[in-house]
Design a protein. Structure first.
Length: 486
């Protein structure tokens, strides 16, 4: 008899377990009492409580597992209440929303989040509404998918075009490298030519200087001879006049003789001419000519020697005109042109190389399934949200436009692909006044057209931009069985 009673009690508890509120069917076997009618907390089996304390609106277990059907363990652990939502889609609601006096029909259309009788079951109408919305969403998705197919074609086109461009650029690169080599050779030739011209220019100057020195030497010799003759004449005149002064008859009134003697006395009184004839010695000039010949010979082989020689000449003669510079300073229009051409070609080569690197990076970049985002690469989408226009350029910059200025929210830094959604990060935007550097995260979900549908700035200068686009409509989309949770 006693045995029968015990069996009946356990059977009762088992029945209670089966009907336990807030527990999903697959978890029911975790809520079964043992033979003594006891039950162990799920997170800590060392804590055992009588099974009738499960869902008794008193929190016994540290993980809250004893109260799946009440709000008693709100704030303890991470328990969720299971809403069966018969006729619709089963769901879970955090236990803090259980028995809080609010019918959370969005999650628990069966009203099981509140005590019996408080929230009438609305699963039928919720489900009908859900079906209508689901249908509309599926139709929108189907339209989105059609547009997505167009984007796939566009992405393929772009990739093919870019690959062709890359091939062309690589061919152009080889040609450009050859052009650069040729331009280098041309420059070397022009420089050699200029040096050659520079040397002959110096040689010409040396020849000119030689001629000038020869002329000066001849002039000097002539002047020396003339001067010697002039001095001899003066000496003869002096002795004629001196003798006249001694021999003339002062009593004989000859005014012309008297005047001549007085003038001569004045001239003699002013001092005798005694020029330094050594100054007109041409021997050093002849030495210089020899030295120049020497320089001229060496000059054909090395213009710097020649120009040094010319400098020396210039100093010696006190020339103030331009002195030829050493050979490295000799330039010519040809050299200038060749340098310019080489510079231009080297710049073109470097641009081409960076373009090729960029192309290779773009071609190999992961644009998601079917290469889909390639179709939107460098496309900018702008919409007004609140007081600002927001602009998102795929793989470019994100901007906020308003009050007469555009503020950079960030430059594209990375993209992540999840099922049916893309996340694009934009970093390093404009510095926020008294705040951080702006950044933005763009979430793109499936939609019929590509547009910005919402922007929020929950933290100062950190922007969350919601977009829709056919690009995010996944062809492998599985009907979403999960229900929104609070
Ligand atoms: C501007 C906008 C805002 C931002 C403030 C910060 O007004 O960029 O989004 O919050 O600057 O000063």
């Amino acid at each position: 008899m006693k045995h029968t009673l015990a069996v009946t009690a356990v059977a009762l508890l088992a029945a209670q377990a089966a009907a336990l509120k807030g527990v999903a069917p697959q978890d029911k076997d975790k809520y079964v009492p043992d033979a003594d009618g006891m039950w162990a907390c799920l997170g800590d089996p060392s804590i055992r409580i009588p099974f009738d304390r499960v869902n008794d609106d008193y929190c016994d277990c540290p993980d809250g597992s004893d109260e799946p059907g009440t709000g008693a363990c709100a704030g303890v652990g991470n328990m969720k209440h299971y809403c069966e939502n018969k006729g619709h889609i089963a769901s879970y609601i955090p236990v803090r929303y259980v028995n809080d006096g609010v019918c959370d029909y969005k999650v628990c259309c069966d009203g099981s989040d509140e005590p019996e009788g408080v929230c009438p079951n609305r699963c039928r109408e919720v489900h009908e509404d859900y079906i209508v919305k689901q249908k509309a969403a599926e139709e929108a998705r189907a339209r989105g998918l059609k547009k997505r197919a167009e984007l796939v074609v566009e992405a393929e086109k772009r990739k093919t075009w870019l690959e062709k461009e890359l091939t062309k650029r690589k061919q152009a690169l080889a040609a450009k490298e050859t052009e650069v080599q040729e331009a280098k050779v041309k420059l070397e030739e022009a420089e050699a030519d200029a040096i050659e011209h520079g040397v002959s220019a110096v040689d010409e100057k040396v020849v000119e200087a030689k001629a000038e020195l020869v002329r000066l030497s001849e002039v000097s010799t002539r002047l020396r001879t003339d001067l010697i003759i002039a001095l001899e004449r003066q000496r003869q005149l002096d002795s004629v006049l001196a003798k006249m002064k001694e021999d003339y008859n002062p009593n004989f009134n000859d005014p012309a003789v008297k005047q001549a003697i007085r003038d001569w006395e004045d001239i003699v009184g002013a001092g005798t001419l005694s020029p330094n004839l050594d100054l007109l010695d041409t021997s050093r000039g002849n030495e210089i000519l020899d030295e120049i010949s020497e320089i001229s010979v060496v000059g054909s082989a090395g213009s710097s020697v020649v120009s040094d020689g010319l400098r020396w000449l210039a100093e010696t003669f006190g020339w103030t005109g331009a002195v030829p510079a050493p050979k490295r300073d000799f330039t010519s229009a040809k050299v200038e042109d060749a340098k310019q051409r080489l510079g231009d070609l080297e710049r073109e080569l470097s641009d081409l190389k960076s373009q090729i690197t960029k192309d290779e990076h773009t071609i190999g970049f992961n644009f998601g399934k079917d290469d889909i985002l390639r179709a939107l690469s460098e496309t900018c989408i702008k919409n007004k949200v609140g007081e600002y226009d927001y602009e998102v350029c795929f793989f470019g910059d994100a901007r906020q436009v308003g009050h007469g200025q555009a503020t950079k929210l960030g430059k594209f830094s990375k993209v992540e692909f999840a099922n049916d959604v893309f996340y694009l990060q934009f970093e390093n935007g404009a510095q926020c006044w008294n705040g951080p550097i702006r950044r933005a995260e763009v979430t793109v979900r499936c939609g019929e057209e590509t547009k910005i549908v919402g922007v929020s700035e929950p933290e100062k200068c950190a922007y969350y931009i919601d977009m829709i686009s056919p690009a995010a409509c996944s062809p492998d989309h599985i009907l979403d069985a999960a229900h929104d949770e609070l």
